[in-house]
Design a binder for this molecule. Structure first.
Ligand code: ZN
Ligand code: FE
Length: 258
């Protein structure tokens, strides 16, 4: 029986530990110390490291973990990351025999050029780094709006119950922006109450699900007439412009939204 454990790190990162009570794989270990502490606490031995992209808050702990554990390091083929032993791209499988787990790899460029995501089809778990967030999406550091929109559409096509293990607790800020964009979305208003209550209890809002994101995340909903109307009213796009213009306008707006 596999489960996923959240390891909080830095201000708002989650490092994910997939384990069976004995073996563990860690996703995006930006820092080694909290991973080592969690392995110790739960008496787990590390069998693999999975990386989604090259940013320091996702890979910073790899070298110290490798000094303690001689394990495979899975990572994106199109990004140079020290320590990667298995360079992956869409269509590849990350095989973790100790855990009896096979993850399929999706190319999801946009936040970075070579960003990948890992999907466990049986468990319906998605590890998507800084691509799809609960209520939002990653900033476009190396990719275009069209690339990010295409990557998000790929993730949105996964089954609705798929659990989304993204890398940051940005949910409340994302949903505040979502509400600005789509104030009449009842599912969104209901979600804001639920997620606020989780934070007040000190709980993570992650995992989210694909179904929940499709009903509340503006970056998956930019084709909705209500969102287009809002962007037009704000002077951020014009009537009749292509959907991708709306997506780009949303991302721009979010960048400066406080
Ligand atoms: Zn990042
Ligand atoms: Fe990050």
């Amino acid at each position: 029986m596999l489960s996923v454990l959240a390891i909080p790190a830095f201000n708002d990162n989650y490092l994910w530990l997939i384990h069976d009570g004995e073996h563990a794989a860690v996703v995006d270990p930006g820092d080694a110390a909290p991973v080592l502490a969690a392995l110790e606490t739960h008496s787990l031995s590390l069998v693999a490291i999975l990386l989604t992209h090259h940013h320091a808050d996702h890979v910073g702990g790899v070298q110290s973990l490798l000094r303690r554990f001689n394990v495979q390091v899975f990572g994106p083929r199109n990004e140079p990351i020290a320590g990667v032993t298995q360079a992956l791209e869409e269509g590849d499988i990350a095989d973790l025999p100790e855990l009896g787990l096979s993850l399929s790899v999706l190319d999801v460029p946009g936040h970075t050029r070579g960003h990948i995501a890992y999907f466990a089809p049986q468990q319906r778990w998605l590890f998507c780094g800084d691509t799809l967030f609960a209520g939002g999406c990653g900033r476009l550091f190396e990719g275009t709006p069209a690339q990010m929109a295409h990557s998000l559409a790929k993730l949105a096509a996964l089954p609705d119950p798929t659990e989304i293990y993204c890398a940051h607790e940005y949910t409340l800020a994302n949903l505040r922006f979502a509400h600005e964009v789509e104030p009449d979305n009842a599912a969104l208003t209901a979600r804001i109450r639920v997620e606020q209550a989780k934070r007040e209890r000190g709980e993570p809002t992650i995992p989210s699900t694909i179904g929940l994101e499709k009903s509340t995340n503006p970056f998956l909903r930019y084709r909705e007439p209500a969102i287009r109307q809002r962007l037009i009213a704000e002077g951020r796009m014009a009537t009749g412009q292509e959907a991708i213009v709306g997506f780009a306008a949303l991302r721009e707006w979010k960048n400066t939204y406080r």
